[in-house]
Design a protein around this ligand. Sequence first.
Ligand code: PHE
Length: 351
Amino acid sequence: MQANYRESMLDKVHTLIKEVNGFTTTSKEEIEAFRIKYLGSKGLLKKLFSEFKNIDAEMRKDFGQALNTLKKSAENKVSELRDNLENTKEYEAVYGDLTRPAEPIELGARHPISIVRNQIVEVFSRIGFTVSEGPEIEDDWHNFTALNLPEYHPARDMQDTFFVEKSQEVEKDMLLRTHTSSVQIRYMENNKPPIRTISPGRVFRNEDISARSHCIFHQVEGLYIDTDVSFADLKQTLIYFTKEMFGKSKIRLRPSYFPFTEPSAEVDIYWGLKTETDYRITKGTGWLEIMGCGMVDPNVLKNTNIDPQKYSGFAFGMGIERIAMLLYQIPDIRMLFENDIRFLEQFKTVI
Ligand code: PHE
């Protein structure tokens, strides 16, 4: 064998080793082509090994070592590239293609009732009111009797009640609460004054459904009980609330009647007469009724074991729908219950 043939064979193997080590791909087909080219039954290594017999004895060792290195390198390369491929596949299965532009994600919107409820809760929590909740299916005591509305009291008719059929297990008359004042009774039964709490929740009244009233609606009622609580405290709290909630602080209190408060009042807020809508919603007066309130009747305190000689308090209650309709100029209360996506989407920007 000529020396230069041997040299060139060895060089060729070294070049191939370099080629093998430098090779890279992420394609399954290319890995397979690479494997066949080097390690296949008609591959380069087979051919090179068959040259072995033509190599001079003293060169065989080097040539053999070089061939083994080439073989090992090719085998390692194939398994390394296959591993990579597996990892990439797994990675993509889990994460997808992270370089892909993100798809726009549709944001949901809060329901206007939730928005307004949260606002009211936030305004009162700033002056120390906590949130209390109670059951929607109530007994007569918490919804009526404890609130100074004994059986056959004519004022029970003010709130057309849905009664739940008397069952064998519950001896009591059960009903769907007509106001969240029932939660205040529960709160007074379980807590000692000073009490500062608001009770948001869903209430039910057997009323005809129209653009302005519904048989299901939401209320927030508030209760404040401590020593020396006066009507002036009530008024100041209401002014604070209307200012924070509506940006308006001109209110008036009209004498009214609720069995559980004495004296009682209806709260009107001065909305103004700037626009046509102002005229329409205030019926040309500029004033809007937004809630009922009063000083807690001593009988109610007694009913919940709070000493009326020692403590006094005020309470108020408002409908969330009415306030939401005012704030967002919603013309029909039914829109708040239909869940029409075209209506709800308009509240996307409000948090
Ligand atoms: N509970 C009354 C209602 O549902 C509202 C109210 C609450 C009035 C507290 C006065 C005091 O209409």
